[in-house]
Design a protein around this ligand. Structure first.
Ligand code: NAP
Length: 485
């Protein structure tokens, strides 16, 4: 853990009710760049998770009854501290997760931007008055914090996936418990330390770190004191957790997997499309839920796009995230590399051609070569599955209706991208894509002011934007009667 200037950001145990909470056993966090152990972390479990839920419940009244302004002041301080410690937070993130340092800095700023956004947006939780059907009544609608929010987050964005949820929850007046992924607990714990320094009261933001995903998950999804559960992760685990939430009918939001189409039409600006495809595909070594998964290219520009794209991909530098000039770091684990390699090998066996890469990278166990495949069909497993690695399958198409049908032929519905100039086509395709987010001539779409989320089996609920608060608020209808003399 060298190079961190504020060593007190490195924590090795859960943060519950404002205290660092040791457990009897511990587990290792390793650096995916070289598989070397970074630190041992105190291994929390069911008991600590229950304690965290209790802390969140006990402090709910105090926090929810603060004015939105008072909460905003504390959230703003948290945001300022995150930005003041951006370099350290980014370094911690790269060490545990692997992404290049510049990307990690970007993630810290992105995560913090949600705290800033919701600090302000929390002041705009407006109610409503509705004309009543009789003169002696008034109908008033108010919005109130849901209550205790529990969450489980993945390893691919160890900072931002927590910030996106916690910022909205805290701004709405909810208290919060998060269990981050086992591989990446350090970013979450550093955020907890900064929340403490910001003066966010004990019990409002709790982090439980431990290996018992199943047991801790059961507490977070089934505890009667948890009012809302929010998850970011795979569709497979999301379905399981949804079922668990059903036992106590929790309010739920799910940010799950994706299979983003990236469509290049004949009238596209090819250079812009190449840049957009690189941005949306190779960020985080291809391990983001909004990563381009299938590149559809219209026949008229197939050759030109493929050549320019392959040339741009060939320039991407693979290596350790802390090394300057690196564009693609390690993947999260050797297992993840093997999964990607299986998809590529399967595609080649089914008739795909390798334009670039196609193999494990010599940099180490956890690295994969940036890869471009052509002659891919929409039925190959590399197109059907979420790749979650630096691999671009290119699929040719002729007609707009054909590509819309192919793009939508997936159980996922998170992000989609397309490049075109014809205004009629832009509207038709934007409206026809069955996805929660569509980038039109743009490969980077995430922003605190915009609603992030999916349809179909990519989940439900939205994070960020004015809509993001709704997931943490209940609507209450007040009927005032007996008003006549
Ligand atoms: P994952 O296997 O679903 O794990 C996500 C989280 O769930 C981790 O904290 C994991 O803990 C935990 N978990 C696993 N099994 C569990 C169980 N039975 N009970 C309770 N918790 C359990 O997903 P991943 O591989 O880490 O992350 C990649 C996936 O997340 C991709 O599908 C990606 O598309 C999706 N994602 C979606 C979004 C979005 O906003 N839509 C954003 C980012 C990622 P452990 O770490 O201990 O296994």
């Amino acid at each position: 853990m060298q190079g961190i200037s504020d060593k007190d950001l490195i924590k090795n145990s859960s943060y519950i009710n404002g205290c660092w909470h040791s457990s009897v056993t511990d587990f290792s966090v390793t650096n995916p760049a070289n598989d070397v152990e970074l630190i041992k972390i105190s291994n929390a479990g069911i008991i600590e998770t229950e304690l965290a839920v209790k802390a969140a419940k006990d402090t709910l009244k105090l926090w929810s009854q603060k004015s939105a302004n008072d909460r905003a002041v504390l959230l703003r301080r948290w945001f300022d501290l995150m930005m003041q410690h951006q370099d350290d937070l980014a370094r911690i993130l790269t060490l545990e997760q692997g992404k290049p340092l510049a990307e990690a800095k970007g993630e810290v700023a992105y995560g913090a931007s949600f705290i800033e956004w919701f600090a302000e947006e929390g002041k705009r939780v407006y109610g409503d008055t509705i004309p009543a059907s009789s003169s002696d009544k008034r109908i008033v609608v108010i919005k109130q914090a849901v209550g205790v929010v529990a969450s489980i987050t993945p390893w691919n964005f160890p900072n931002a996936m927590i910030a996106r949820k916690a910022a909205a929850a805290l701004a709405a007046g909810c208290t919060f418990v998060v269990r981050p992924a086992t591989q990446t607990p350090l970013s979450a714990l550093a955020m907890a330390e900064l929340s403490r320094r910001a003066g966010i009261p004990s019990g409002v933001f709790n982090v439980v770190v431990g290996e018992d995903a199943h047991g801790m998950g059961e507490v977070l999804t089934q505890h009667p004191d948890v009012a809302k559960f929010t998850f970011t992760g795979s569709t497979q685990v999301g379905k399981l957790l949804l079922k668990q939430c059903a036992t106590s009918v929790k309010k739920v939001s799910m940010e799950l997997g994706g299979n983003a189409p990236f469509i290049v039409f004949d009238d596209a600006d090819i250079d812009a499309a190449v840049k957009g495809a690189i941005d949306s595909k190779y960020r985080n070594a291809g391990q983001t839920c909004v990563c381009t998964n299938r590149i559809f290219v219209q026949q008229g520009v197939l050759k030109a796009f493929t050549e320019k794209f392959a040339r741009a991909v060939s320039k991407l530098v693979v290596g350790e995230g802390l090394t300057g000039g690196v564009n693609i770091g390690p993947m999260i684990s050797a297992r993840a590399v093997n999964d990607v390699d299986d998809l590529v090998t399967g595609a080649i066996a089914a008739g795909a051609a390798v334009v670039l890469g196609g193999k494990k990278h010599s940099a180490g166990n956890n690295y994969y070569q940036p890869t471009v495949l052509t002659n891919v069909t929409n039925e190959m497993s590399v197109a059907v599955n979420e790749i979650f690695g630096p691999v671009s399958p290119i699929i040719a198409f002729d007609k707009e209706e054909q590509v819309l049908a192919m793009a939508n032929a997936t159980e996922y519905g998170l992000a989609a991208y397309f490049y075109a100039r014809d205004i009629g086509r832009i509207w038709r395709v934007a409206e026809g894509l069955e996805f929660g987010m569509v980038g039109v001539n743009e490969g980077i779409i995430s922003n605190a002011a915009a609603p992030f989320g999916g349809v179909k089996q990519s989940g439900n609920g939205r994070e960020g934007s004015k809509y993001g608060l709704d997931d943490y608020l209940e609507i209450k209808y007040l009927c005032l009667g007996g008003l006549n003399d």
